[in-house]
Design a protein around this ligand. Structure first.
Ligand SMILES: *[C@@H]1O[C@H](CO)[C@@H](O)[C@H](O)[C@H]1NC(C)=O
Ligand SMILES: *[C@@H]1O[C@H](CO)[C@@H](O)[C@H](O)[C@H]1NC(C)=O
Length: 469
């Protein structure tokens, strides 16, 4: 029954892809995601560093610690206790944890979520209502390859081949995992929530055995711009939750929109509510359509050969899938060519020395709240699990945490320095968030001034070294 369900998921994913490719083939527009994506250095940007986007009193910090025993004991991955509480298919927006809905409502009232009407689901590229320009600053649709939102990441630094795969975990990926394991390489896996639910073995292989990065590819793989705000919350939130509860409490830092379909509204929800950064790609072999007649192994080979032997600026972030034997084979075939062309291979999330998680350095060990680095303070947040308990997000400061902020900044300074030395311009200039409490802000000021100087020195040294990234 499970495998029948899995096949249904695979098939429905495939048919979505198929429909998408048929429809997009009929539409001629230079702006849409196409086979020959523009390789534009002007807009290349580096990946953000390891840091919480949100300040410590932001609701995102408490969304996944709802149990009375927070920070929590988690059910065994793959057990019935583990799988039963999740939506088994399309999530019901009337059955969402209240904390997520509250966080959304707060963000909407604070004017942080652009009021853009959801697109119409055409079966192919979603359509905005007449009069709405997908390329405008206000909407900036990633289906239309809008690059005006500087927070969307399309490129990686020169010379780097960023390894990432969409749509797992699924059984065909085992041969891919064998290759990664044998070569001690890592990938970032943008996993689909229901596929995690159905393939816990592959999930655990990627997370535990390979020590690979786990990232978000939504719960059921819809066109996200067609979703209401609540549906967006459900698609992202359940995927965050199952990853959180299956990795000892790690919160992913990255998500990739299915079909590359997002816009300023969806991105804002991902960022404001869940602290997620949006990752797109800069080349697409359309390997996902190998099983549906959309492309052929020869065409994929030709594109890969062209890009791999071409210029190394910017680096390559190719859209690739662990979806089928065919898409996996395409990567296995390309692997020796990636290496022989001298590409510097690494997982997408590790490109900038960063971590795939908002609250941990890697897959091993406990999730240490002191690993959470607030870019606006430059110091780790206080170790006070109670501060993350439900309903306490507005009252998390205390004289006790004041000293823990100060001491945390000392005890983690070398780690923080290591990650801030790779700060990209985007995270260095992260916008202040109004929800930061005044009390916390005041008590951080003293930590901040000395820290800030240190960070500036460390960053400018690093920027000098990496000026040509
Ligand atoms: C995730 O783990 C937390 C902590 O144990 C628990 O409260 C929550 O119910 C779990 N979520 C699901 C969907 O099982
Ligand atoms: C393309 O196919 C040739 C012949 O099978 C193979 O040697 C080569 O590795 C392939 N290249 C890529 C990039 O897949």
């Amino acid at each position: 029954m499970f495998s029948a369900f899995t096949s249904a998921i695979i098939l429905s994913t495939l048919s979505l892809h198929l429909t998408s490719s048929v429809v997009s083939a009929a539409i001629v527009s230079p702006n849409l995601h196409s086979h020959n994506a523009r390789h534009d250095c002007q807009h290349s940007k580096r990946l953000p560093s390891a840091a919480w986007y949100q300040p410590e009193d932001h609701p995102a910090h408490s969304l996944f610690k709802r149990g009375p025993d927070a920070p929590a004991v988690f059910a065994d991955v793959g057990s019935p206790t583990w799988s039963a509480p999740y939506p088994q298919s399309t999530p019901d927006v009337n059955q969402l944890p209240q904390e997520w809905v509250d966080a959304l409502n707060d963000a909407v009232s604070a004017g942080k979520i652009p009021n853009i009407a959801p697109t119409k689901d055409t079966g192919g590229n979603p359509e905005y209502a007449p009069g709405l320009d997908p390329m405008s600053d206000e909407i900036c649709s990633t289906t239309w390859k809008c690059r005006k939102n500087p927070e969307n990441i399309y490129d990686v630094p020169d010379g780097i081949f960023a390894i990432s795969f969409d749509d797992g975990p699924l059984p065909p990926a085992n041969r891919l995992y064998d290759l990664l394991e044998a070569n001690q390489e890592h990938a970032t896996h943008f996993f689909i929530g229901v596929n995690i639910l159905q393939n816990p073995k592959e999930f655990l292989r990627a997370f535990n055995d390979l020590q690979d990065d786990i990232a978000v590819h939504t719960w059921t793989h819809p066109h996200m711009t067609t979703m209401s705000n609540l549906q967006v919350i459900a698609e992202l939130g359940w995927t965050m939750e199952i990853i959180h509860n299956s990795t000892g409490g790690r919160l992913p830092k990255y998500w990739r929109p299915p079909f590359g379909d997002s816009d300023n509204r969806v991105n804002a929800i991902a960022k404001e509510i869940f602290g997620l950064k949006t990752i797109i790609w800069n080349q697409d072999t359309e390997d996902w359509s190998l099983t549906s007649g959309g492309t052929t192994p020869e065409k994929v080979n030709a594109s890969m050969t062209e890009w791999l032997s071409g210029p190394k600026s910017p680096g390559l972030m190719i859209l690739e899938h662990e979806l089928s034997d065919e898409s996996v084979q395409a990567f296995l075939d390309a692997w020796p060519v990636i290496k022989s062309n001298g590409w510097n291979t690494m997982s997408m999330a590790r490109v900038d020395g960063g971590s795939a998680y908002q609250n941990a350095d890697n897959n091993k060990g406990d999730v240490d709240v002191q690993d959470i680095i607030d870019p606006k303070v430059g110091a780790a947040k206080p170790t006070d699990p109670d501060a993350n308990a439900p309903g306490s997000s507005s009252s998390s400061s205390s004289s006790g945490s004041s000293s823990s902020v100060a001491s945390a900044s000392v005890s983690t300074s070398s780690k923080a320095a290591a990650s801030s030395s790779k700060l990209s311009s985007s995270s260095a200039s992260a916008t202040p968030t109004s929800s930061q409490s005044n009390t916390n802000a005041a008590m951080r000021d003293s930590v901040m001034s000395s820290w800030f100087l240190y960070t500036i020195i460390a960053s400018s040294v690093a920027f000098g070294a990496q000026a040509f990234f």
